[in-house]
Write a protein that binds this ligand. Sequence first.
Ligand code: MG
Length: 208
Amino acid sequence: MAKSDTRIGFGYDSHEFRAGVPLRLGGMALDHPEGLAGHSDGDLLLHAITDALLGAVAAGDIGSFFPPGDPRWKDADSAIFLKLALEELRHAGYQLVNLDATLILAKPKISPIAAEMRGRVADLLGVAIDRVSIKAKTPEGLNLDHVAQCHAVALVERVEENDELKSMEAVIESQRQLEDVVDDLLTSVHGVPRRRAIAPVFDTDDIT
Ligand code: MG
């Protein structure tokens, strides 16, 4: 069965705020008295995006590649997880179309830095900033001011260019081989290659 051209993936993550931990969100270090506790750097925006990308191509989730107990990922830069997900996406033959994420946290305010964060995440994803949306809400009525959550949705599309290019190259090559065979035959019959034999001849005196 042919693979579909587009697929979507969804990712979700939550981390608890803890005093004295550096706060990292969207690959940025934010000035805030509390950070997000986690085995890695706690960047739940990148974690949710990673899961959305992996989910789009049914490639598992962040925990299946980076188990929380593995000492290699202690305080790890979450950009590593994102790069792995992009590699899985590419390996499956897909590329990101656009990403939409919603952060849910009481503090700090995201809107003043949302544009910078979108730029940073777009750089990490290797796409233009207009393909990345990052929104934020406060956890109204949830009594979860000590927790940050993130939802992310990614649309991906199948990469066709390589296949098309390969088949075009094959057609061109077979055309060349065919022409060479015809030329050889014509040369053997007429003593002149076909392309030279049928080349148009202009008499400039006739075009006045
Ligand atoms: Mg996480």
